[in-house]
Design a protein. Structure first.
Length: 179
C-alpha cells in the first residue's frame, strides 16, 4: 500500500532537523493513525493463522471503530490516502504507476506499507523520472514515476532490504515448485 504527495523542501528539512535533535519522524501529527492501523492489521494477520474466525470478528470490530472515529473526527488522515498498488522497491528508491504526473526533482512524502507483514515506512523522495506508462500497462495508469529516497531512516532501509529479500526468496521458491 502506498501514498505519495508533494511537499515543500522546507517540510522535509524540518523533519530532518527534528530527527537530528532526537525527534522521530513518526511522531508527526497524523502518523499515529497509520501506526495504530498497521499494528492492528499485523496482529490480526498473526492471529488469523491460529484462529481465523476470531480474527475475522476482531477485524469487523476494528473496521466499525475506524468508521466511528472517522465520523467523530471528520477530515482525512494519511491512512485514507493509502492505495494498493504494485511498486518496484529497493533500498534507494521506489517506482510505481499512477494517473498523476510528477515534476522532476519534486520532493514527495511517502507512506509505504509492506505487505503481507504490515510494516510501515515513512520517508521523503525526490522524483527522478516520470515517463508515460507502456502500452497495455495492466493497472491502466498513465505514468511511471521513479523516486530516489532523500530521507529514509536506516532502520527503515533495513526493513525494505529484508522485505525485498523475503519476496525474492518466495518468488524463487515458487518457481522451483512450479516450473
Amino acid at each position: 500500500m502506498l501514498s505519495i504527495h508533494p511537499v515543500s523542501a522546507e517540510k522535509m528539512q524540518a523533519v530532518a532537523k527534528d530527527f537530528q535533535q532526537g525527534i522521530s519522524p513518526y511522531n508527526q501529527e497524523g502518523l499515529t493513525d497509520i501506526q495504530v492501523f498497521i499494528g492492528a492489521q499485523s496482529a490480526l494477520a498473526n492471529l488469523r493463522e491460529r484462529d481465523g474466525d476470531l480474527a475475522d470478528y476482531l477485524q469487523h470490530l476494528d473496521n466499525k471503530m475506524n468508521m466511528m472515529l472517522k465520523q467523530i473526527r471528520g477530515g482525512e488522515s494519511p491512512l485514507d490516502a493509502l492505495v494498493m498498488r504494485k511498486a518496484n522497491l529497493s533500498a534507494n528508491g521506489i517506482a510505481f504507476f499512477t494517473d498523476t504526473p510528477a515534476r522532476l526533482d519534486e520532493i514527495v512524502e511517502t507512506h509505504l506499507v509492506l505487505l503481507p507483514a504490515y510494516i510501515y515506512v515513512y520517508s521523503f523522495g525526490k522524483v527522478i523520472a516520470c515517463d508515460p506508462a507502456p502500452e497495455g500497462e495492466e493497472s491502466g495508469c498513465k505514468f511511471r514515476v521513479a523516486l530516489e529516497f532523500v530521507f529514509l531512516l536506516e532502520d527503515d532501509r533495513e526493513k525494505i532490504i529484508q522485505h525485498t529479500f523475503k519476496q525474492q526468496n518466495l518468488a524463487l521458491r515458487n518457481r522451483r515448485q512450479n516450473p
